[in-house]
Design a protein around this ligand. Sequence first.
Ligand code: GLY
Ligand code: MN
Ligand code: MN
Length: 467
Amino acid sequence: MQPSLPYPHRRARLAQAMLDAGGGLAIIPTAPERPRNADNDHPYRHDSSFHYLTGFDEPQGWLLVSDSGETTLLCRPKDPTREIWDGKRLGPADAPAALGVTRAFDVAEIDAVLVEQLARHPAVWSTFGLHPALQAQIDGWLAALRDQARSGVACPGTQRDLGPLLADMRLHKDAGELATMRRAAHISAGAHARAMRFCGARFRADPQATVREYEIEAELLHEFRRHGAQSPAYPSIVAAGANACVLHYAAADAPLRAGELCLIDAGCELDGYASDITRTFPADGRFTPAQRELYEIVLAAQQAAADATRPGARHRDAHHAAVRVLTQGMLDSGLLDRDVVGDADAAIASTAYRQFYMHGTGHWLGRDVHDVGEYLSLAEAPSEQVDATGRPAVMKPSRVLEPGMVVTLEPGLYVRPALGVPERFWNIGIRIEDDAVVTDTGCELISRGVPVAAREIEALMRDGDRS
Ligand code: GLY
Ligand code: MN
Ligand code: MN
């Protein structure tokens, strides 16, 4: 069997990167299985970096990458009895042909294989802080080697963090990865549209209806799975009314009623890649004037963030652009009192805007919903900036965007009841989130398969049965 690209190519790039940094052996375990109770595990999900380098999704796998380019896989042995219960295993005999690794062993031999291979390398590379047990295992292998020092066996003299090397590779997506991410975003957009149509139909049939958050979540899951997505990429947020002001709210059993907004933050994982979309829509398909006023501010903030997302711009530029539009909107709508906080510059400098917008505007997206990748430009000199809370700080500048990076753009407004805040806005929570691929000239929003303009959402919810 031909090893499927692009995995051998990625392993070769990793070997070269280690060689350029002084050489060594990389140890990359997949994710551990997590027991739930006596005879059941939590659903198994591979480690993202392990899968990025192997395409192999069985548990108990280990990949070793040498700076020479040689690769070793450790995996579960074939076992006819266990395979009756758990399904087929690849096994070490078939792994080199199937995965393109140089050699493979039964994972039971891990201690002997590691001690033998580490003796031939100047450094051991692993992702620091990945699993507490990993460092203990590495310490054990190094100790075994040191015990053999008097017989002339060498031991790596340094331990290096593999995390930044892998993160940088994963941050720049290739064409195949982007194609999968487009499909994931398309499925998720369809799920959001389905949820809108579902609510529109329910409230058309009965304006007094209540729809439970879990009913809407079920529509999302149905759409994910029927298009082949393996699971949600993160716990779905389906927040009725005031629940939208709880940033990490999980879909529960609260009723959604006509006149309220519904905020859905949900995306599927497809073939190991995440999507991450938020839409906020009126339960009965008609924004109230107060809801629409704030919605238009958030939408304009997202457009400003998208305009600031292009090669050469910095990751944080999108946040600054969104904060400016949101803050101006807070002043124009009366959410913030000009007589108290001053103009937009003053409200940004004092961080007064954080009463209604308290999170960042985006994160890397890829195999994980909050994907790996350094957010700062570590090679540049530090400069005076504002930190994540808006306070002045001396820190490295934000990272410069390059084609092939993927970020989310997710501004919002969250209005908790408070003295001095106009009552008509109380309990409104709005977020709009799309997934943006940085292109050669700007960015492409790959999650726009679901409407985002207020009138288009209203039209979909009104005419959904025909769309
Ligand atoms: N859904 C997680 C996030 O938006 O960051
Ligand atoms: Mn997000
Ligand atoms: Mn999200």
